[in-house]
Design a protein around this ligand. Structure first.
Ligand code: NAI
Length: 403
C-alpha cells in the first residue's frame, strides 16, 4: 500500500518510513503494530506489510527521506543505526513535495529553512491545485493520506465556509486565506481524490462539517484526531479503574516535558491549546463528572524525543479516605507513534476496500479525540475495533460467497 505523509520529514514520519521498510526486509519484528496482532492476521493477506511513501513538507526541502531520518537519529538514537543503514537505499531517493503552512501558528513560522506554497505567492486555489496534483500523481487504489505534521492552533469554525462543501469551495475560490488552515486543505485534497485520510494530530483536518460531508459524498473513509500513544493512553486505561471501583477522583495533574521540533512547536501557546484540550478532556468523558485537572506541556530541549509525562491522581475511597497514585510515562514519542501511523493507514485502506465511507468511529482506539463517538475508555475501544474488523470481514466474505 501507499502512504502519503503530511509532515514527511518529522520524527514520527521518518520513524514510520524506516520502520515500514525494516519490516518489509524482515530485519525488525512487528512489535508495537496493533494491526499485526493474531486477531487481525488476515489483514496481512489483504494488505501485506509493504509500503511506498510520499508526502508534503515545509522544512528542509533540500533533504531526502534518508537525510531527514538521519537528522532525527542523530538527535535521538531511537533505534539501532544498522536499521537506518539497511533501509538507506530504499529511502534515499524519496523527496517531499513543498506544502502549505497556512495559519499553522507561531510555532511553525519560527522554523529555519521553511518554504511554503503561500510564500511563493500562491493563491488558495493554486495551493489546492498543487496539493491535488502531487497526491494524484502518487495515488493508487490502496493509498492513504496520514497527517503527521506539527499541531496547528485551534480553529474557530466559520458558518459560511466550514459547514458545507459549497461554502468550503467558495472559500478557496474567493482566496479567503484567513479562514483556511493547512490541515483542512490537505484533507480536502485527499477526500476530493477519494483517498482515505487519517489525522494523527489534534489539528482540524477532515473533522470540519464541510469535509465530513465531502467524505460521504465521495464515498471515502476517514478517521482522527490525535494519536493516543503515551500519557493519554495510560489515562484512558487507568480512569476506568476508578469508575469500576466507585472511587472518586478529586484531581488529576499531568506535566509533559519534551524537546525536539514537536516540543518547540507545542511550547507556543497558540499551537499548544488544541493539544492540551485533546489530552485534558478524556478523564471527564470517562468518569462522567467534573474534577480539577492540570494538563501542561513544556519544552525541555535535552530530552529531545524522549517525552516524560509526570502524573498525580488524587482520589477518595471508603469513609472519605484520601489517597494518591503517581506515574511517570517515559517513552520515545516517535517509537510509540510510528507503528500506529502504519496501523491507522492499514485499517483505513481496509475500510476503503470494504466500501465503508465517512468517519470510521470504530478506529477510536487509536485517538485521543476520536471523531463521532463518546467512547473514550481504551478497553471498550479495543473491543469495538475487534468487533468492527470481524463484522466487516465476515460481511464482505458473505457478499463474495453469494456472488
Ligand atoms: P515533528 O515536529 O518532528 O514533525 C512534524 C513535521 O511536520 C516537521 O518536519 C514539520 O516541518 C512538518 N510540518 C509542519 N507543518 C507542516 C505543514 N503544514 N505541512 C507539511 N509539513 C508540515 O513532530 P513529530 O514528533 O513527528 O509529531 C508529528 C505530529 O504528530 C505532531 O502534531 C504531534 O503533536 C503529533 N502526535 C505525535 C505523537 C507522538 O509522537 N507520540 C502522539 C500524538 C500526536
Amino acid at each position: 500500500m501507499r502512504i502519503w505523509l503530511i509532515g514527511m520529514y518529522g520524527a514520527v514520519a521518518t520513524t514510520a518510513i524506516v520502520g515500514a521498510k525494516a519490516l518489509e526486509h524482515g530485519i525488525t519484528p512487528d512489535t508495537g503494530l496493533v494491526s499485526s496482532l493474531p486477531q487481525f492476521k488476515k489483514l496481512n493477506e489483504i494488505l501485506p506489510l509493504e509500503f511506498e511513501f510520499g508526502g508534503h513538507e515545509v522544512r528542509s526541502l533540500s533533504f531526502n527521506a534518508y537525510q531527514a531520518a538521519l537528522e532525527h537519529w542523530n538527535l535521538n538514537h531511537h533505534y539501532d543505526f544498522s536499521i537506518l543503514e539497511a533501509v538507506k537505499e530504499d529511502i534515499i531517493s524519496l523527496h517531499a513535495e513543498k506544502g502549505t503552512a497556512i495559519n499553522c501558528g507561531s510555532g511553525i513560522s519560527e522554523f529555519e529553512h521553511i518554504e511554503t506554497l503561500e510564500s511563493s505567492g500562491y493563491s488558495l486555489q493554486e495551493i489546492v491545485d498543487k496539493i491535488l496534483s502531487d497526491m494524484k500523481h502518487f495515488k493508487n487504489d490502496d493509498t492513504v493520506v496520514m497527517n503527521v505534521a506539527s499541531t496547528e492552533p485551534t480553529l474557530q469554525l466559520n458558518l459560511e465556509y466550514h459547514y458545507t462543501i459549497d461554502g468550503f469551495e467558495r472559500m478557496i475560490d474567493e482566496d479567503r486565506k484567513e479562514y483556511a488552515t493547512a490541515s483542512m486543505l490537505y484533507a480536502y485534497a485527499a477526500l476530493k481524490l477519494g483517498i482515505p485520510y487519517g489525522n494523527f494530530t489534534p489539528s482540524c483536518g477532515s473533522s470540519i462539517p464541510a469535509l465530513k460531508k465531502l467524505a460521504i459524498q465521495n464515498g471515502v473513509p476517514h478517521a482522527g484526531n490525535d494519536g493516543k500513544t503515551g500519557e493519554t493512553l495510560v489515562k484512558t486505561i487507568l480512569a476506568p479503574m476508578f469508575a469500576y471501583r466507585h472511587l472518586k477522583v478529586l484531581g488529576w495533574a499531568g506535566f509533559n516535558i519534551l524537546g525536539d521540533y514537536d516540543g518547540r512547536v507545542l511550547h507556543h501557546n497558540d499551537n499548544k491549546e488544541s493539544k492540551i484540550k485533546s489530552k485534558d478532556k478524556v478523564i471527564r468523558k470517562i468518569l462522567g463528572y467534573n474534577l480539577y485537572t492540570i494538563t501542561e506541556i513544556r519544552f525541555f530541549p535535552s530530552l529531545v524525543d524522549n517525552k516524560m509525562a509526570l502524573n498525580l491522581i488524587h482520589f477518595e475511597g471508603f469513609l472519605g479516605g484520601r489517597m494518591k497514585i503517581q506515574f511517570t510515562w517515559d517513552a520515545i514519542d516517535a517509537i510509540v507513534a510510528a507503528p500506529l501511523v502504519l496501523d491507522i493507514a492499514r485499517f483505513l485502506a481496509f475500510a476503503k476496500r470494504k466500501g465503508l465511507t465517512g468517519v470510521i468511529k470504530e478506529l477510536a482506539f487509536f485517538f485521543k479525540s476520536p471523531l463521532d463517538t463518546e467512547v473514550y475508555n481504551t478497553h471498550q475501544q479495543f473491543e469495538i475495533l475487534n468487533e468492527w474488523y470481524w463484522n466487516t470481514l465476515k460481511h464482505s466474505e458473505h457478499v463474495e460467497n453469494n456472488e
